[in-house]
Design a protein around this ligand. Structure first.
Ligand SMILES: [Zn+2]
Length: 313
């Protein structure tokens, strides 16, 4: 009798163990449905949060304050990739994706890969790191195919024009709706709201820059080509191919700034502004930090535009 109870208890324990271990493992099996969205850079993560709201969990690969031109993901981040439903790539030839995207895709082949730059005309890189490997296609126009995320020779900072941002938001909306169709109408309302905000931002930027005759900005890192194209500015870059400029380059930028009456040199918190400070000292001006990678896109771009406006006075 006693023996009989022992067997029943043992069977019960075995059933419980099997049952609880099943319970534990089932979220991992269904992890594709957990609505985890991963974005290469913070602004994209911000766009996804606007469209997805509380329906999705968004994680960025390149953390705040670090550079997507050099960042390497942590093992914890790669673990996160294995549970993600969607990966939002910038798609414009940013070094983080050139180096890591193949490896990231290999971790989770069920994950939907989105090229957020699809439909945007990319600018050819000049004087940047990308120049050294130019196997890009003609005119740097993106053709939207899935396997050319290894593109090089294009300027990657595509998100820094609100007009482009609106296209990226559309791409994010389409992919979220495809993978999570049950939330499509929520995503739609969110993206329309955010695209309206981006349109207001675009008008606000035009208003701030209106009437400026001198439209040159001197920047350490060449992050603002798309912004400059959109709003008719000229970006003069200090950095040479991702490195500090030579003394000769420094002299010509100092002369250029003096001739143009420019007093502000722009640098980013993600890059050492040493040469920017040297140039600012020489022209009796100062360095202003602007971020190409802020998560709060609209607030940041208004701040940046106001800083540009001051430097063009
Ligand atoms: Zn950059």
């Amino acid at each position: 009798m006693f023996r009989h109870y022992t067997i029943i208890i043992i069977i019960a324990i075995v059933i419980m163990v099997v049952f609880t271990s099943n319970c534990k493992s089932s979220p991992a099996v269904n992890a594709q449905n957990d609505h985890i969205v991963i974005a290469s850079v913070l602004p994209l993560a911000g766009f996804a949060e606007k469209v997805g709201g509380p329906k999705i969990d968004v994680f960025e690969m390149v953390p705040p304050g670090l550079s997507p031109h050099t960042y390497e993901p942590s093992p914890g981040q790669l673990e996160k990739v294995s549970n993600a439903g969607i990966y939002l790539s910038v798609g414009s030839g940013i070094e983080f994706e050139i180096v890591w995207l193949d490896k990231i895709i290999a971790i989770n082949d069920k994950m939907m890969l989105v090229d957020c730059s699809k439909g945007i005309e990319l600018i050819e890189a000049s004087g940047s790191l990308n120049d050294q490997n130019s196997d890009h296609d003609d005119e740097g126009v993106y053709n939207g195919t899935r396997d050319d995320h290894n593109r090089r020779g294009t300027d990657p900072h595509v998100w820094l024009s609100p007009v482009n941002a609106s296209i990226m938001v559309e791409n994010i909306y389409l992919s979220l709706s495809e993978l999570y169709p049950e939330n499509e109408s929520i995503f739609y309302d969110n993206k329309v709201d955010f695209q309206n905000d981006l349109e207001m931002l675009d008008m606000r930027i035009r208003e701030i820059l209106m009437g400026k005759i001198q439209r040159k900005i001197i920047v350490f890192h060449p992050g603002w080509s798309y912004f400059a194209r959109e709003y008719g500015l000229e970006q003069i870059v200090i950095e040479k191919e991702g490195k500090e400029p030579s003394p000769g380059d420094m002299v010509s930028i100092i002369d250029y700034a003096k001739d143009s009456g420019i007093k502000i040199i722009f640098a980013s918190p993600e890059f050492s502004p040493k040469s920017a400070e040297v140039i600012a000292d020489e022209i009796g001006g100062n360095v202003v930090l602007i971020s190409p990678l802020a998560r709060d896109y609209i607030e940041n771009l208004i701040k940046v535009t106001e800083a540009f406006e001051k430097s063009m006075e």
